[in-house]
Design a protein around this ligand. Structure first.
Ligand SMILES: *Cc1c(COP(=O)(O)O)cnc(C)c1O
Length: 501
């Protein structure tokens, strides 16, 4: 498969290996495949009785066709094997009612859906590097607001030829998220707290990426800088798999007949997860509607309802922090696809966003968007109410991000009456956000003075559900990365991780 940039008019294409190694296109656009592969009905039917790795192999093969079949399969098997996803469940579907199921994407090592892509990306990146003839070692730099940093550390840990260095805001992550990062094991990982908020950490890291002199010093020491953020196609492609896999599981379990359409509801932030659902639909998966769920930061919901994307608003801190985002980078790929791959439209809209903070798509484009997507959002009291309701109605525990999805699904039902079987995507284990979940189910007094690790035990007692092992064992792990730095010290910290003077 060849890939092109969403902003290019030159007809230049690059290989999947280059796409993975580069991340972002030189013109600032995002890479997309030149053709969207088709998944025929018989091919989909064959996947119904396959396991997750076989499904992943068949779905990903056309996207990475310069990779040898052996290398791709080996990568997939290491990523989704039972030592990473215990109990042979990778992305299980839990049926809640006749018309609704939950797709749990948090059975990986960090208990959030980012594992689905970040467990596979390192293997793909190594192979891409080999195919592209790059022999320098790779330094992956990450600024994280929580989930991405930990998933990248866990994914790249002990991968030969790669080092990963993560900066998190020392005042901006939950207790559990911080513990997950500072106890990280592996010989090729570094973690630093940054005094400040996520923007401070991100600004500091971006400065390192933009420092030409620093890149030269790195290069002469045999290193190349890279990033693992969600605009890399290598993070998007693995996410297509679980939508198709969920459909197969719904057929295999008798919830739907083969060929029936389904809806997916996706708690969204940077728009990477739901975009993968859109690509699955374009490949031929029978999908009726994609419901895009936002929290109080409702810029995407407004966009799907009005056609205007407007980032000029204050960012609210919510109980679903992974969705506290004002600029959803992956939306650029959707604009490209729904405009029939018109790079001049994409360039115009992205330049409007850059210069004025907003853009509007015309009526024709809006109506195309609305035929595939429905957008809604949920405020903080709604999140708490939804966690409580789903627990009392179904004895099922939702994390706050998934609760946003569930609440928006209820709005969608009320507004459309659509009875299509619907799969709500669950993006994190409730045990990653135990304070909020305990408070929602049992009231503020149940949390009391406890926080972090103690609330994990409280949530277990309250629900009878056992916390995932990587979360419950956090208290017994040694802190290996206690260091915190000022924003101005980030370059020095990066240099120290690769032994640059
Ligand atoms: C990253 C994340 C999201 C948002 O996903 P996008 O792909 O950025 O839209 C939602 N929930 C959780 C728990 C996440 O970690």
């Amino acid at each position: 498969m060849r890939y092109r940039s969403t902003r290019s008019s030159t007809g230049v294409t690059v290989s999947s290996a280059e796409v993975i190694a580069r991340g972002i296109a030189p013109d600032g656009g995002l890479y997309v495949p030149v053709d969207i592969p088709r998944l025929s009905e018989p091919a989909l039917c064959e996947l119904v009785n396959a396991d997750y790795s076989q499904r992943a192999f068949e779905i990903l093969r056309p996207f990475f066709d310069e990779f040898s079949a052996e290398a791709l399969l080996a990568s997939i098997e290491s990523a989704y094997g039972s030592n990473r996803f215990p109990g042979q469940v990778v992305a299980p579907l839990t049926v809640l009612s006749q018309s609704e199921a939950i797709l749990e994407l948090w059975h990986g090592p960090t208990a959030a859906f980012k594992d689905m892509a970040l467990q596979l990306l390192p293997h793909i990146m190594l192979e891409a590097r080999r195919l592209a003839g790059i022999d320098r070692r790779i330094l992956i730099l990450v600024a994280t607001s929580g989930d991405t940093g930990k998933a990248a550390l866990e994914g790249f840990r002990d991968v030969p030829g790669i080092r990963v260095t993560v900066f998190y805001p020392s005042e901006g992550v939950s207790d559990i998220q911080r513990l997950q990062m500072v106890t990280q094991q592996g010989d090729n990982v570094n973690v630093f707290g940054v005094h400040g908020d996520f923007d401070d950490a991100q600004t500091g890291v971006k400065r390192v990426f933009g420092d030409v002199d620093f890149s030269k010093r790195l290069a002469s020491a045999g290193w190349a800088l890279s990033s693992a953020n969600s605009i890399n196609w290598g993070r998007l492609a693995p996410q297509i798999v679980y939508y198709i896999s969920a459909y197969c599981d719904a057929v295999a379990g008798g919830a739907i007949e083969f060929g029936d359409k389904v809806n997916f509801v996706v708690p969204s932030g940077n728009f990477g997860n739901i975009l993968a659902a859109y690509y699955a639909m374009r490949m031929g998966l029978p999908v009726n509607r994609l419901v895009c769920a936002s929290n109080k930061n409702n810029v995407l919901a407004d966009f799907f309802n009005t056609g205007t994307y407007d980032r000029r608003r204050t960012l609210h801190r919510t109980t679903s922090p992974a969705m506290d985002i004002l600029v959803s980078s992956n939306l650029e790929r959707l604009l490209f696809e729904v405009s029939d791959r018109d790079q001049s439209t994409v360039r115009q809209l992205m330049s409007d966003l850059q210069s004025t903070g907003h853009y509007s798509v015309g009526a024709a484009l809006l109506s195309r968007l609305q035929s595939a997507f429905w957008g809604g959002w949920c405020d903080e009291p709604g999140v708490m109410q939804t966690i409580r309701d789903v627990w009392s109605d179904h004895r099922y525990v939702l994390d706050p991000h998934t609760a946003v999805g569930q609440a928006v699904y209820k709005q969608y039902l009320a507004s459309t009456g659509d009875g299509t079987f619907t799969i709500v995507v669950s993006t994190a284990s409730p045990f990653k956000f135990p304070d909020t979940v305990v408070r929602a189910i049992a009231g503020d007094s149940a949390v009391g003075a406890t926080e972090g690790l103690e609330t994990i035990a409280a949530l277990e007692r309250l629900t009878g559900v056992v916390a995932p092992k990587p979360i419950s064992e956090l208290g017994s792990l040694a802190v290996r990365h206690p260091e915190t730095v000022d924003v101005s010290e980030i370059p020095r910290a990066v240099a120290s991780t690769v032994d640059l003077a």
